[in-house]
Design a protein around this ligand. Structure first.
Ligand code: NAD
Length: 290
């Protein structure tokens, strides 16, 4: 396929490189980042989008996505797919899809889970929203960039699934960290705490696969001085998107709200920026009640 790729940052560059390696003809554009091997560098979003079967965007947020969409939709070939893999607000995803469909394009929102490691290794999970026809056309690309793609429903459904998943992740990480900090103060050995919880009803991905306590459970960012992994500020971004969506549809999400407040405090006031999101454990360790 002829593919345009806009946004060659930490995630976009390895995704574009994997598509090129698989034999696709990929033209890439980024305002600042260099072009990875195998991808032809072009000098504007318009150039990257013109004459392509699929245009992929991997951008920081919904405002930038909307601006790029305004620029490239008018030059895209009819029936081409606008595939946005960024994590953005549901409203922007739906607005861009509507704009694309009005211009006789197909639109798929497909945010990813799996981080930079998943992007490099081609093992991302895609959660997609859009029509059956749009999903079918880009599904072979998901097979190259990832190991699983779920068609979640109409436009915006991919972003909805992503922020619900990450709201659970943020809340669960906080619960796991505060439980470890409580266990410490109760004199429980961390390894014993892991042995019990990881095989009892308190188990979770954050405990079992990504344990926030160094030296306990499988290797995780905790074992590397809390270098990310998944940075606390990215967790905060996704939690904020969950609360923006909850506000828009009048959903009561008290735990998501608390998790957003805690990550905001951690990132903006307590030096958590640049640390893995599991560094909530050393944060709780140092604190007292009240
Ligand atoms: P990044 O900041 O490394 O990359 C974004 C790139 O977009 C940058 O290189 C920037 O120069 C470029 N850009 C910005 N505006 C542009 C424009 N108008 N035209 C062309 N390029 C432009 O971010 P990232 O870590 O690659 O994340 C990209 C998206 O993926 C975000 O929405 C993020 O939330 C999501 N995501 C990231 C991770 C992760 O672990 N990094 C995991 C899952 C999802």
């Amino acid at each position: 396929m002829k593919i345009g790729f806009i946004g060659l940052g930490n995630m976009g560059a390895p995704m574009a490189a994997n598509l090129a390696k698989a034999g696709h003809d990929v033209s890439g554009f980024d305002l600042h980042a260099p072009c990875p091997d195998g991808v032809s560098k072009v000098s504007s979003g318009i150039e990257a989008a013109t004459g392509q079967d699929v245009v992929i965007t991997m951008l920081p947020n919904g405002t930038i996505l909307r601006a790029v969409a305004d620029e490239i939709i008018p030059v895209m070939t009819k029936d081409a797919v606008f595939l946005d893999c960024s994590t953005v607000d549901v409203e922007s995803a739906r607005a861009v899809a509507e704009q694309a469909e009005t211009a006789d394009l197909m639109a798929v929102d497909a945010p990813v889970s799996g981080g930079v490691g998943g992007a490099s290794g081609g093992t991302l999970t895609f959660m997609a929203g859009g029509t059956e026809a749009g999903f079918a056309k880009v599904n072979p690309l998901f097979d190259i960039m990832g190991q699983k793609a779920v068609h979640c429903g109409a436009s915006g459904a991919g972003q909805s699934a992503k922020i619900c998943n990450n709201m659970i992740l943020g809340v669960t990480m906080i619960a796991t960290c505060e439980a470890f900090a409580l266990a410490d103060k109760l004199g429980l050995d961390r390894q014993k705490m892991f042995d019990v919880v990881s095989t009892s009803s308190g188990y979770s991905w954050t405990m079992n696969a990504y344990c926030p306590a160094p030296g306990v459970g499988p290797t995780s960012p905790a074992d590397n001085d809390y270098q990310p992994g998944f940075a606390a500020e990215l967790m905060l971004k996704d939690l904020r998107l969950s609360q923006q969506a909850a506000e828009a549809v009048d959903a009561d999400t008290p735990m998501g709200h608390s998790a957003t407040d805690l990550y905001e405090q951690f990132v903006e006031k307590e030096g958590g920026e640049g640390m893995d999101f599991s560094a909530m454990l050393p944060r709780f360790e140092k604190r007292h009640r009240g």
